[in-house]
Write a protein that binds this ligand. Sequence first.
Ligand SMILES: NC(=O)C1=CN([C@@H]2O[C@H](COP(=O)(O)OP(=O)(O)OC[C@H]3O[C@@H](n4cnc5c(N)ncnc54)[C@H](O)[C@@H]3O)[C@@H](O)[C@H]2O)[C@@H](O)CC1
Ligand SMILES: [K+]
Length: 548
Amino acid sequence: MIRAHHAAAVRAAEEPLLAAGEPLMASAAFALATHVVAELRARGRVAGSVVLLVVGGGNNGGDALFAGTHLVRRGCQVHAALVSGDVHPQGLAAARAAGVVVHRVLDDADPAAAVLALARRCGVWVDAVTGIGARGPLRDPAAAVVAALAQERAGWPQEPVVVAVDVPSGIGVDDGTVEGPVLPADVTVTMGTAKPGLLLPPASGLAGRVEVVELGLDALAAEPPAACSLTAADVADLWPVPGPDDHKYTRGVLGLAAGSQAYPGAAALAAAGALRTGLGMVRYLGPEVPAALVRTRHPEVVTVPGRVQAWVLGSGVGPEDAARTHELYEHLRAALDARQPVVLDAGALTLLHEDDHLPDLPATAVLTPHAGELAALLTARGEETGREEVTAAPARHARLAAEITGATVLLKGPTTVVAAPDGPLYAQHDATPWLATAGAGDVLAGVLGALLAAYGDLLAAGTADGGGLPASIAAVAALVDGRAARLAAGLPPEARAGVPSWTGVRGRSGAPGWTGPVPAGGPALTGVPIAAGDVAAALPAALRTVLA
Ligand SMILES: NC(=O)C1=CN([C@@H]2O[C@H](COP(=O)(O)OP(=O)(O)OC[C@H]3O[C@@H](n4cnc5c(N)ncnc54)[C@H](O)[C@@H]3O)[C@@H](O)[C@H]2O)[C@@H](O)CC1
Ligand SMILES: [K+]
């Protein structure tokens, strides 16, 4: 699990160490320099490379200035552009003494142009404008400098390499929002622990590869993270593996009320997702057209009422289908009365648009909206919200919907965000854009429903919030579904967000470029198109990569 903590928690954890005289900044700076050197070495050479430090007025800039002293010792030519009138004094003195060339660009009539002219001569840009001390989006002059660098880099995506110190300056450190200019990084070297903005979209997409520097912030280990991303090891911890005494009822029975006369396919896809996840039985309840399709495609599925331990409701049901929506309502009432976990997808989400006919939901109810459905739900419940607002701040809106409804919310998107009314947020970046295809959500609902069914008796017997378990189950479902999508698309199972896909780096006029070998990893793969059924079919292969 990659754990991220809020800025305030990091400060609180640093305090006793700083009071005890621990040289945290020296450690941070050395680690930063080591990562810059590694990036240079991967591209051919260290000595002779030209490095630009973009230095702000706080300790984030201090990290870079001290790192500059190490880089000079490694033979780099290091320039520091000071974008604040008042930078870390000891860092500045050390940098000057080591031979870093200092540029007071604020004395220039156009600081952004001055930094840009300098940057064009440098193969590495170190972004040390702000870290966890940032307040709001970047302000000028730093904003203008960062905007100019970001624009320059967009025209030359292969060079320079950008290393962000702690976070890419300008992101919402605690919530992952991006409300002003940010320079996208290839690598973010983050101090002590990851920060939520490095995991949560949209800012997470600007951080590149995240390297966490161990600073001994032991106090954080005892604290629940503010945000986290699950990894393969976490799947193995949570995945229900049957034992010799298990039978179909102990493994979990999923009630599936999905699909309609108009959209029968959703029922078959959700059933496929559930069956390939592994559970005791799928029990399908719905109209004859989808029921017949499910029986034909999946003869394992039972289509008569009976015992279940969890439900998937609503996939493939349109809001205009009043009769089917009423059936969903009846299933939901019964599930809540029986304390059974339930996935509310697509048509079932509209049941929550009014709050007077249902009790508050428990966290064992998991909503699976996309951004538009979440915006509609929030608006219906009195929080006027547009789809774009959800996309700009997915974590904040997922959490808001969880607080309003009481449920756990799995917000679908390029990054899946999971929020319960409290506890950590989850951000899963496991999939591929090829997954954005009709029916993919139905498969995911089936995967999630099967996992909830396996944990159904435990969740029904436990506390109303399930002790945070529903959120971690939802994150596991997103991870495995994402991996299956990647495998189906012909991609390696691990997403390697931010790893540059260079095939060699050209020098630029006047800049000592790298002419070394192709970095490890080679060119990025694009993959091939997939249909939702391919994702369900690839689930066993995806599970082989995490349960072996
Ligand atoms: N306390 C320590 O000894 C350690 C601090 N560390 C580093 O220090 C950073 C935190 O340092 P600080 O608390 O000094 O804060 P930062 O350096 O993150 O930011 C504060 C500076 O940014 C400016 N600023 C804030 N918001 C801005 C905005 N919206 N636009 C433009 N400028 C803005 C402030 O005026 C101030 O000059 C961490 O992110 C990390 O990089 C690490 O070295 C680990 C140890
Ligand atoms: K930074």
